[in-house]
Write a protein that binds this ligand. Structure first.
Ligand SMILES: [Zn+2]
Length: 244
């Protein structure tokens, strides 16, 4: 998804967004007519409607006729004058700023064969992205923990007294580094930003987008590229056996 577009995501009720449908990947999302409900946060000033704040809810749906996948949203809205085809040449247009989507809007595409434990944390992160970046960062950090679970790095170790001791994320990434140096270096970057979230620091949307870019690369590398490498290797061997 376009980085600047998602950082400043706003849309109007009568135009298609640039958000590609997460289900079909063909259509774009657009407001469903008559699904939008707006209410002024205070008494409407009809002389100066631009001074009013509104809350809004509605449904976006895929523009591809055979899909029509719907996503609901809630957020805030403002109204501003804009040139149009009306008799006066202009009218007030509503600009909507979403704060929540359900189902969550995937900021990057999670590959289909990604383990559900990782996908669940990523979806929780996406669902917080527009309104609570610390929560989005904390869930992204959890996604790294689940990624290590799924890739053979235990979350605990046997202590000398026989008890199990929980390993910190930093240590787990170091263990992963022994076999996957390049990916581990990237996961460590996600961990640093995730620590900000865990300690109540400051995380901006652009920081979270950096995290998503890194995580998307790591996940694609394991669950798309290597998965295809294994599959095509098996196919090649099968073809070779047949031809002998
Ligand atoms: Zn669609």
């Amino acid at each position: 998804m376009d980085r600047n577009y998602i950082l400043n995501l706003q849309f109007t009720t009568n135009e298609q967004t640039k958000i590609v449908c997460p289900r079909c990947g063909v259509g774009k999302l657009a407001c469903v007519p008559k699904s939008i409900f707006m209410k002024a946060s205070a008494e409407i000033d009809y002389v100066d409607p631009e001074s009013c704040d509104f809350v809004v809810s509605g449904i976006l749906a895929c523009t591809f006729e055979e899909c029509r996948y719907p996503i609901s949203f809630a957020g805030i809205a403002s109204t501003e004058p804009a040139y149009d085809q009306s008799p006066s040449g202009w009218s007030y247009h509503d600009t909507l700023t979403p704060k929540f989507f359900f189902p969550p809007l995937p900021i990057f595409q999670i590959p289909k064969n990604t383990p559900s434990t990782i996908a669940e944390e990523l979806n929780l992160s996406f669902s917080s992205f527009f309104n609570d970046t610390l929560s989005a960062g904390a869930h992204a950090r959890n996604a790294v923990e689940r990624f290590l679970d799924e890739n053979g790095v235990s979350g605990e170790i046997n202590a000398k007294n026989g008890n199990k001791t929980k390993l910190k994320l930093h240590r787990r990434i170091e263990i992963f580094k022994a076999s996957e140096e390049s990916l581990a270096m990237r996961l460590m970057a996600v961990k640093w930003l995730g620590n900000e979230a865990a300690h109540g620091g400051v995380l901006l949307k652009k920081d979270i987008l950096d995290v998503y870019e890194v995580l998307s690369f790591v996940i694609d590398d394991i669950y798309v590229h290597r998965s295809r490498a294994v599959r095509t290797g098996e196919i090649s061997k099968a073809i070779e056996c047949k031809s002998k």
